[in-house]
Design a protein around this ligand. Sequence first.
Ligand SMILES: Nc1ncnc2c1ncn2[C@@H]1O[C@H](COP(=O)(O)OP(=O)(O)OP(=O)(O)O)[C@@H](O)[C@H]1O
Length: 886
Amino acid sequence: MAGWRSRLASHVAAELSTARGAVRQLAQRADRRATEAKRAASRAMDTAREKQAALTSTHRAEVDRITAKAESDIDNAVAELTEVTARLSAPCADAEWSRWTPAPVDRSLAAPLLRVGSLAIGSADAETQRPPALVGLMDHSHLRIAGAAEAALPSVLLRAIGCAEPGACRLTVYDPERLGGSLAGFAPLAPAGLLSFVGPHGLSDMLDEHVEHIRRINATVLAGDHASLRELAETTGRRPEPWRLLVLLGAEMDDWTKDQRAQLTRIRRTGVACGVHLIVVGTDAADDANTLSLDTTSTTLAGQAPVRLDPAPPSALITGTCRRIAEVYAAGPQPTRLSDLIPETLWTKSSACELSVPLGEGSDGRLADIVLGDNPPHALIGGPSGSGKTNLIYSWLGALTARYHPDELALYMLDFKEGVSFARFAGGRRDPSWLPHVRLVGVNINDDREFGLALLRYLRQELRRRAEAAKRHEATKLEELRAVDPQGRWPRIMAVIDEFQVLLDGRDSVAAEAVALLEDLARRGRSQGIHLVLASQDVAGIEALWGRPSLIAQFTLRIALPKARRLLAEANNLAEEIPRYHAVVNSDSGVTQANRVVRLPNASDRAVWDPLQEKLWRQRPADNDSPLLFDGDHVPVLPERIELPTTDPTPVAVLGKAIDVSSRAATLRLTRTPGRNLAILGTRTTEACDVLAGAALSVARTTDVRVTICCLDPDAAAHAYRLAWACEAAGSTVDWQDKLDEVVTAWEEQPTDRPHLVLLYAVDAAGSSLTTAGRNALRSMLLTGPERRVHTFGWWRSVPRLREDLGGYAARFDAIDAWVALDVQGPELAPLSPQPGGPAWYPRTRRGLFFDRAVHRQAEVLIPYDTESVLPTVDNMLTGSPADEH
Ligand SMILES: Nc1ncnc2c1ncn2[C@@H]1O[C@H](COP(=O)(O)OP(=O)(O)OP(=O)(O)O)[C@@H](O)[C@H]1O
């Protein structure tokens, strides 16, 4: 038994041991696998961890990148917004009140939006880098300010008045509770009429007044041509009406009457287009599209973006700004601009019927025209010194010359004042350009009334020429003449005479002739296109015209500058009331009903005038000559050559420059007839020497002459020597004599093959030293010399001394055909003059009165030429010979 059992046992044991071994092996294998699996799992975990770490950092980087981009985009957008909004609110939108100053916007632009704070967006810390929070007001909308944001009101108002020209923004504050407490800083505007406070009792009137204002603007300013004042400004560059801000503080609108609410609704609906803007602070009744809102943290324009309001402006800033604005405004409105009167295209108008141009801005904000034609034909301008007459003339001329071609308009400008206000039209060293329409400019002519007379005579001649042409063509007025004679040059003529009363001064022949000519021109010039424009600062001057009813009646166009007196009709006092730089333009002889107030541009400023003149000058026609300039202060130099109207060979002596429109020389023809001598009368040595030298030299330069010189005044000797030299240099034979006796006896011995000039300086100095025979010989030379070609040019220092030399009381003056009087009074010239009592002559420096019996009915005024610079100097004479000069 034991055997099998033991064998079984050992078999089982063996089996067990095998199984155990197998199990062990299995267990070891499983162990190994588990270890391997664990390792693999651990590796996988490690890998997964690594991957996750990598992913996380990529994600983080991506998130960072996106965040950075978003932030930069936001900042860029904010910067862009800041820039755009800053532009919209420029120019006086500085966030810092310490840097803020008023900066009025150009009149042709819409008003800017107004800054009230900043938008709390973007990353910038600095207030200035944040976009401004804006509200619209002038030219944009009405504004509603929530009660809690009332502190923003001073800032809105200050910025509003700061971006308008002084006076162009006016405030009315309805403040039933506090009467202006919060706006006390704006009080300096009140005395200038730029701010008014209204209490409950004034509400209806205030609303009515604003509604009426809107109605007037719609009817007369916009007048259907423009939708709003903003559009008017943008298209025309003009802003004729101020903005009116109507501030309603704590208004209980529910308690208002029906009428008051209706008026407010009208203002809401139509005010913005007419520059009337509401600022309602506190509870507001309606919500409409014309109104923007401002709260403590938002504005309509900012949308969802949170708003941070600016601090209130310091009260000193408000008061100071308002005071300055009020001062500038009180000083008077700024003038309109000359450029407003200038059309884009030059010279497009015809003057056939009239001259019609804008002169300035009328009270309706439109350009006001001024017309000269058949009616009104002539203008009278008046105003005290400094009231702007010259400036008005410039404005008028600027508008005229830009519209009418120089073939359509010719200007003759005369200024009797001491000054050169018209000289700029003639061109000069500083500015070579001239105004192409101007044919003649006279300046500094206050002592030379003869020049005014000369112009009037010239115009009368032109009037005759026109009248004859009209008659030939069976035309009755310029318009018809131009229609039937289209090739003819018939410009309208405008003659402007500033301080014309000088011409009418006194009771002499000049004044009498001037009045007669003015009357004739005024009466007949109307239909022939000749227009007179007379200006005066002097009431007496204007009054001088009132004394001549037929003359003043022709001047139906009256232009009165501020404080002009006696220019308009008796009861018409408007000129007393208008502010400076304005004029009353009245084309019906000054009757009140025809008054128009015109605001004038600043045209006298050279910076404004010169570019216009330069532009016109560059376009001038090829045959346009510079205007003739007559300057009373200028002493003309003896010209090298003088154009004479005749070509006959008779010697002609040039005595001076005539005071007339053509600038001709005053001459004396030396024919072989008795009396062709010249006497120069007076004590002014220089001028007498100049007349003698001019006369002798002008003959010597053109004719082969013999010259005898005798100088009895030591002060004139140097001049006489120099003249002798110059005559010799011109080819003359010159004989110098120290004694008058010798001259008067020797003349007959000279051959008569050529003219002989005897130049006697200070003849009367010979006095008693001249023997009786000598005196007779002198008379004989004077009487009979010219027939033998001997012409005496003698200088006597007084008329009695000449008379003495000619034979005392019984003297005959027929040996002296021609004379030039210097400082000799008119009555003294009676014996030499055809006028009983002598000519009306008041001696004045550098002027002589010239009479030639052969040609004159009346003596004429001349300006002795300066010969100083045409004669050789003493140094020249010492170092050269006359032949060198020749
Ligand atoms: N519309 C205007 N805008 C700006 N400045 C003006 C205007 N009108 C006149 N002025 C200025 O006022 C001053 C006086 O003007 P202006 O010389 O034209 O006056 P006036 O009446 O001719 O004076 P006077 O008779 O003394 O010559 C000048 O400095 C001129 O520039």
